[in-house]
Design a binder for this molecule. Structure first.
Ligand SMILES: CC(=O)N[C@H]1[C@@H](OP(=O)(O)O)O[C@H](CO)[C@@H](O)[C@@H]1O
Ligand SMILES: [Mg+2]
Length: 515
């Protein structure tokens, strides 16, 4: 029996704002932190097994917050559950909410005699404690068993969910503690590096977010085999989170955070606000900045794995594949396609991860640095978080591969040369009017718009552009790449102008850079 009265009474304390319709986007619910209280109260009611709830808005500005749900395997929520989560979040009243819970229990045959189990964590955002309190209230209303993992990274929470659910089984993934996580990854990294000269010290920009806590803790576990230098680790000053630093800043601006100076030849990396995203970069001999994004990481790691598999003579038995999204740089796709199967899927780690599982070894990184490799190779398997992209463990993997190949940033970067590209946001009145097919590479709606995009593309040799609605922000994104910087910009701004006009944008507000 559902404790209806209890749920209803407590739900009344967390009313849903009537003017908001919550959407489960590319990476969960995400919006201004202060509007999310009712969502947090409601999201815990999902399953009989241990699931995870991560309160974070990742690379978004500090006032935003959000919630990511982690399935019992420690992976991103199955899409079938997203509809349930959305229905729960949008029930207009506590009475309607109870009815949705009731319907969910019946439709998915949840056994109410087994208490729901939830482990939750939050990043360092100021709205985190209040949202966690709402979540706790919701969990108590349904008499769930819960564990508070405190302030930690998204990958640690994914790790905890997997270890809790596999505890004592043959699939045991490790100790269900932060120490277990740190030990597992650092031990495997040390084994991978055995016999190789230690990599040069690595500067890690933690975006003034929770990744700093974990990076600091790793130091003790890495001993003297690998030195890390943690910067942008201010967890106290208001407003600094993801501000002019972190993975998103580097990717979007294609430049160093102003707080960082690199010596010629030095390599460094940036995490995002919940440490599941990684951008690498280095300074060349003239001190010039070069970015090594998710596509470069895919290329480095996948090529290395292909070499290992070939060297072991197992290339007939072990299927290695790469998964990308439409945002992958065309040059990376070209380079990789000549060497192994490459598949394109819609944006969002949940799509990439599930596609990667179809291979014996599946490597995926979004261009913006979310990713991991799912593999059966011992040592590699342990250094990489198998549940979700994990910026710190990904960085260790990169360092290990570079050490094995005796590569510096220069050799890594020269595997292929990025096509100049531009990403533009277009604010429209209804982004849901934009619908896509072919892994988001083509528009099916608004009708006729794709034909016009195609016409523009044909004018640029090697040009490629596509339009899709964002799943995390209220905008439509336009991506373009072409042979030169100027052409990539021109194509992107032309397509952006087209989208703006087609969507009925106000001519007086039209951004001046749109052509
Ligand atoms: C172009 C781009 O960078 N899109 C990002 C962004 O998704 P959108 O659906 O494009 O808003 O946020 C996602 C979650 O963090 C991330 O997985 C994805 O790569
Ligand atoms: Mg993130």
């Amino acid at each position: 029996m559902l404790p209806v009265k209890e749920i209803q009474e407590r739900s009344d304390r967390h009313p849903k704002p009537s003017d908001i319709k919550f959407q489960y986007g590319t990476a969960g619910f995400r919006t201004l932190g202060k509007t999310l209280d009712s969502v947090l109260f409601r999201v815990g009611k999902l399953d009989g097994k241990t699931i995870g709830v991560m309160v974070t808005a990742s690379h978004n500005p500090e006032p935003d917050n959000g919630v990511k749900l982690v399935d019992p395997r420690g992976e991103m929520l199955e899409s079938s559950w997203e509809a349930h989560a959305t229905a729960l979040a949008n029930a207009p009243s506590s009475v309607a909410f109870v009815a949705v819970v009731d319907e969910l229990v019946r439709a998915t045959k949840i056994d109410l005699s087994i208490p729901a189990r939830v482990v939750y964590a939050r990043d360092t955002r100021p709205t985190g404690p209040q949202l966690v309190a709402a979540l706790k209230d919701g969990l108590e209303a349904i008499k769930a068993e819960y564990r508070d993992a405190g302030v930690t990274t998204t990958p640690v929470l994914h790790y905890l969910v997997r270890t809790i659910n596999t505890k004592g089984t043959k699939d045991s993934y490790g100790e269900d503690t932060e120490e277990g996580y740190l030990t597992k990854i650092s031990d495997a990294f040390k084994k991978l590096l055995a016999g190789k000269p230690p990599p040069p010290p690595l500067l890690i920009d933690c975006a003034n977010g929770v990744g700093a806590l974990m990076a600091e803790r790793f130091k003790a576990y890495l001993g003297d085999i690998f030195a890390i230098n943690v910067v942008n680790a201010d967890l106290h000053t208001p407003g600094v989170l993801n501000n002019s630093c972190g993975a998103d800043f580097v990717k979007v601006n294609q430049k160093l955070p102003p707080s960082i100076t690199l010596q010629p030849g030095q390599r460094a990396c940036s995490l995002d606000g919940d440490a599941d995203r990684l951008m690498y970069y280095y300074a060349d001999e003239h001190g010039q900045f070069h970015m090594l994004d998710g596509d470069k990481i895919t290329t480095l790691v996948a090529s290395y794995i292909v070499e290992l598999v070939k060297a072991s003579g197992l290339d007939e038995q072990i299927k290695v594949g790469v998964i990308q999204t439409a945002y992958a740089n065309g040059s990376s796709t070209k380079y990789l396609s000549g060497r192994l199967p490459v598949k394109c899927v819609p944006t969002g780690v949940k799509h990439l991860h599930h596609a990667a599982e179809q291979y014996d070894i599946g490597v995926y990184f979004e261009a913006n640095g979310h990713g991991t490799a799912l593999t059966n190779l011992r040592n590699i398997i342990d250094v990489i978080n198998q549940t979700v992209g994990d910026a710190l463990s990904d960085a260790f993997l990169v360092e290990a591969v570079l050490a094995h190949k005796s590569f510096s940033g220069v050799e890594w970067d020269s595997m292929y040369c990025d096509l100049p590209n531009r990403l533009v946001k277009v604010v429209v009145s209804d982004r849901n009017a934009f619908k896509t097919e072919d892994a988001e590479r083509r528009l099916v709606s608004p009708l006729g718009l794709q034909v016009k995009v195609d016409e523009l593309m044909r004018k640029y040799g090697g040009g490629r552009s596509f339009v899709r609605p964002s799943g995390t922000e209220d905008v439509v994104r336009v991506y373009a790449e072409a042979a030169t910087r100027a052409e990539a910009d021109e194509l992107a701004f032309r397509v952006a102008g087209l989208v703006y006009d087609e969507a009925g944008g106000d001519p007086s507000q039209r951004p001046k850079e749109f052509i």
